[in-house]
Write a protein that binds this ligand. Structure first.
Ligand code: ATP
Length: 512
């Protein structure tokens, strides 16, 4: 199966098993808006809890807030979103399809990178242990040719980006022969700018109404509450404020399922520091955030940093943590050193003094900020796309299994009586009643035990607990492990401790 086919299968699987549904489906859906079903919401909540506890419990100097989606419209002027939160758009005149010009160029560069990686992999296979990658890259004619092409386009792109030169974006697209995937032609319009914020009006009548925006990021809710939290919490620098919440962007090219949505959720933390210490803290948060991701056990090789070449005018360092999605390495989280841009601008626009008084030096100043910003939905997609596996079993059977990190799995254990009689359901129900306070469990007595195992594999349940006739005598149950499919006899009295060892979120947090 190609990665593209695998991705389609994953999307269908997410719907079939109650993880993610297209929004308003009975009305034919709403583009780039998705609902989480009964399994999806559990997975999402577990991810949010992992992040929230890692931020607010493991760091004594980070507290959380929950600010509103609606905010004073001036906030978005101060933050720069009214003036500059734009995407460069380009339309194909034949297919009438619209694209982000920067994404077209980045995808083109990504394809060249893939070609080079393939050549390198071929070389490694051919030369075996004696393979010297650096030498291969420096001498192989195919790699050299592709690398030269990459370097040339990349240099033009960075220059155009820095100068916001949209005519040059179009020229790069044309010079590289980038075609519309639908029409296959290179018949492009000029590049135009498009603001991504959704607006609505507040007030009871449309006359007197004020235009307000649905927040495109949660961060500004933190900045405008900086003084409240610092004062009421008696916080001393350095300290952080964390928030999880919905954000809205009128994304033009909404593709790739929940990777790019118009309504999505962010987990953001703004860390307030003394000016001059930002590069040290930037490095520190880069390491901490990467450790949080890798700790999920989905393979360190599936993550990488992508340092920004073009920095926003207010930032003095920025990087993305990228994950290897089925459609390539793409941004999962952004880490930005934002200087005093946001607080400084809110001070200017609101006319209120937003400063920190340092009791040690007696000085007052506007703190600098390091931001970590991760998408909940992109994390859900990373987990699901990594977890999905189709396995061929001994005897020719196949199974679909979601190897979700156990602490994030929607259901931790399924309790099943082998048959629906002889007092087995009653014992199974007692086990359910005992475990349900600690874990999200499912009771299932329908169909053969094999079918029930498959259903649980498909939603990623780490343990299946089967009650059989022997249970009535020995008070033991059979526990089947999702990943190894091995079965073990365990006393009922030890069940809770056994499950807890593997699925407890705290175990994950302790490893950080
Ligand atoms: P991109 O370049 O992919 O549009 P961005 O750089 O605009 O993303 P940020 O503004 O840094 O993204 O937002 C922080 C995080 O929020 C991203 O790393 C991503 O995980 C998430 N995010 C941003 N836009 C979307 C979206 N439309 N749908 C889902 N998640 C999103």
């Amino acid at each position: 199966m190609t990665q593209e086919e695998l991705f389609k299968v994953l999307v269908a699987h997410c719907k079939e098993y109650g993880f993610i549904f297209p929004s308003s489906e009975i009305y034919d859906g709403l583009a780039a808006v998705y609902d989480y079903g009964q399994m999806g919401v559990e997975l999402k909540n577990n991810i949010k809890q992992y992040w929230w506890n890692a931020m607010t419990r493991l760091n004594e100097n980070i507290v959380g807030i929950d600010s509103c989606i609606f905010m004073h419209p001036r906030i978005w002027e101060a933050s720069g979103h009214v003036g500059a939160f734009n995407d460069p758009l380009i339309d194909n005149k034949d297919s009438k399809k619209r694209y982000r010009a920067d994404v077209l160029i980045e995808d083109y560069l990504g394809k060249i990178e893939e070609k080079i990686a393939k050549e390198v992999a071929k070389g490694r296979k051919r030369f075996g242990d004696s393979f010297d990658e650096a030498q291969f890259r420096a001498t192989n004619p195919n790699v050299l040719r592709e690398q030269a092409k990459y370097d040339e386009v990349h240099a033009r792109y960075v220059k155009a980006e820095q100068a916001s030169d949209f005519a040059e974006y179009r020229q790069i697209i044309i010079d590289c022969g980038i075609v519309c995937p639908i029409s296959g032609t290179c018949n492009w319009t000029d590049v135009r700018q498009f603001n991504l914020m959704f607006s609505t009006s507040m007030g009871s009548t449309s006359e007197g109404a004020n235009t307000i925006y649905l927040r495109p990021e949660t961060a500004q809710g933190i900045f405008v509450n900086y003084l409240n939290v610092q004062k009421t919490g008696r916080m001393k620098l350095p300290f952080g404020i964390a928030q999880i919440g919905k954000a809205f962007r009128n994304e033009i090219v909404a593709r790739q399922f929940i990777f790019r949505m118009r309504e999505f959720e962010q987990m953001e933390m703004q860390f307030f520091i003394k000016p001059g210490t930002e590069l040290e803290w930037f490095k520190n948060w880069k390491e901490k955030r990467m450790a949080w991701h890798v700790n999920l056990g989905m393979g360190a090789e599936n993550y990488r940093f992508h340092d920004h070449e073009k920095l926003a005018h207010y930032a003095n360092a920025a990087t993305d943590i990228e994950f290897q999605f089925p459609f390539g390495f793409k941004e999962l989280e952004g880490i930005h050193s934002r200087t005093d841009f946001d607080l400084g601008n809110h001070q200017k626009f609101s006319g209120k003094k937003i400063q920190y008084f340092d009791p040690e030096t007696g000085e007052s100043f506007v703190p600098y900020v390091i931001e970590t910003s991760i998408g909940v939905d992109r994390t859900v997609l990373a987990v699901l796309s990594h977890a999905y596996k189709e396995e061929r079993l001994e005897g020719g059977d196949t199974r679909v299994v979601l190897s979700i990190p156990p602490a994030l799995a929607p259901v931790k254990a399924a309790v099943m009586p082998l048959v629906k009689k002889d007092g087995l359901p009653e014992v199974a129900q007692q086990i359910m009643d005992d475990l349900k306070y600690d874990f999200n469990c499912q009771y299932d007595e329908k169909d053969s035990i094999g079918k029930r195992y498959r259903r649980q594999d498909a939603i990623g349940t780490p343990y299946c607990i089967t009650v059989d006739h022997d249970t009535l005598e020995d008070r033991c149950v059979t526990v089947r492990d999702r990943d190894t499919m091995t079965q073990e006899r365990i006393p009922i009295a030890e069940l809770r401790a056994m499950i807890d060892r593997r699925v407890n979120l705290n175990t994950l947090l302790r490893n950080l």
